[in-house]
Design a protein around this ligand. Structure first.
Ligand code: NDP
Length: 302
């Protein structure tokens, strides 16, 4: 029986683990097979406080995990399957085991969205990717495309300039969700070009990517652009599969009261799985801290 079981091993879950285990709560983190969350697929993180030179995402996560281990948090690296929050103690299935806990913090984050156009799914790993730091080196001296108009698209494009001959950002509108800083960084890079008001409607090619079909968002005109690689960076969706009895908002994120309380007493939430607005490592970590402090308070009250 654990005092707190934390679902998710990204910045939110790991920070919650530091606080909970430091408060001497018996803590288990269901970190999953791909623990670490989205920072594991980013390169240099320049805006996490305390690292003026920046720090690579995986290294930051290793350090946060080490800090939680130091205070006695336990980890399992199997994926969360389902929850039973119908009565206390709560039951969590992960891998082929069932764990019991007095409280739970849901911190499973969010995952990248795909375009869901013909030719995309079957070419993932054969020219279609969602992770520039992971797959960029396969596209040395190639002309590649990044889909999206947010910070992620800018970041992916900047990373890819290290490998590619050219990077073209294709965005469906002519204004960008990306921050001015990131947009200017991309715009000032001589290897990056922009195509706006085009929606990618098809990934072309037989075995591997040979191009994309695009539709003009204003005129509806269809045209083709040659490329050997496309990186999709169009946002995220929350990882809520298997959560039973939990209320979600209109966009499918976990509904939270006072930032971290779910509709079930003793079940808390932290990070990108309920925050579709900020989605930063530092805000996720902040929510993880808040959730762990609330767990402590809740257990004391009980
Ligand atoms: P965003 O939601 O900010 O942007 C998604 C982009 O993809 C939008 O431009 C959107 O277009 C476009 N898009 C969505 N769906 C489709 C579709 N089906 N077809 C074509 N285009 C589509 O998500 P991000 O992942 O970029 O960023 C998430 C959060 O993470 C943000 O808060 C961001 O600031 C943060 N972040 C910060 C970084 C940094 O500061 N270094 C780096 C990376 C992320 P439209 O605008 O038309 O809706």
């Amino acid at each position: 029986m654990y005092d707190v079981l934390i679902l998710g091993g990204g910045p939110a879950g790991m920070t919650a683990a530091i606080y909970a285990s430091r408060a001497k709560l018996k803590t288990l983190v269901v970190a999953g097979e791909n623990w670490g969350g989205q920072l594991m697929t980013t390169s240099l993180v320049e805006n996490f406080p305390g690292f003026p030179e920046g720090i690579h995402g995986p290294e930051l996560m290793e350090r946060i995990k080490k800090q939680a281990e130091k205070f006695g948090a336990e980890f399992i690296y199997q994926n969360f399957k389902e929850s039973d929050f119908s009565k206390s103690p709560f039951k969590i299935t992960a891998g082929d085991k069932i764990f019991e806990a007095k409280t739970v913090i849901i911190a499973m984050g969010a995952s990248a969205k795909w375009l869901k156009v013909p030719g995309e799914a079957e070419k993932i790993g054969r020219g279609v990717s969602g992770c520039a730091p992971c797959d960029g080196p396969f596209f040395k001296e190639k002309d590649i495309i990044v889909a999206g108009g947010g910070d992620c698209a800018m970041e992916e494009a900047i990373i890819l300039t290290r490998f590619a001959k050219s990077v073209t950002i294709i965005h469906r509108r002519d204004t960008f969700k990306a921050s001015i800083h990131m947009l200017n960084r991309a715009k000032s890079d001589p290897k990056i070009k922009f195509i706006v008001n085009k929606q990618i409607t098809k990934i072309l090619g037989q075995e591997k990517v040979e191009g994309v079909e695009v539709k003009d968002s204003i005129t509806g005109e269809i045209s083709q652009i040659k490329t050997e690689g496309i990186f999709v960076a169009i946002g995220h969706h929350p990882n809520t599969a298997g959560l039973k009895g939990i209320e979600f908002d209109d966009q499918g994120y976990v509904k939270a009261e006072d930032h971290i309380k779910t509709n079930i007493s003793g079940v808390f939430v932290a990070g990108d799985i309920h925050d579709c607005l900020y989605q930063q490592a530092i805000t996720a970590a902040g929510y993880g801290c808040m959730a762990a402090l609330k767990v402590e308070e809740w257990l004391l009250e009980k």
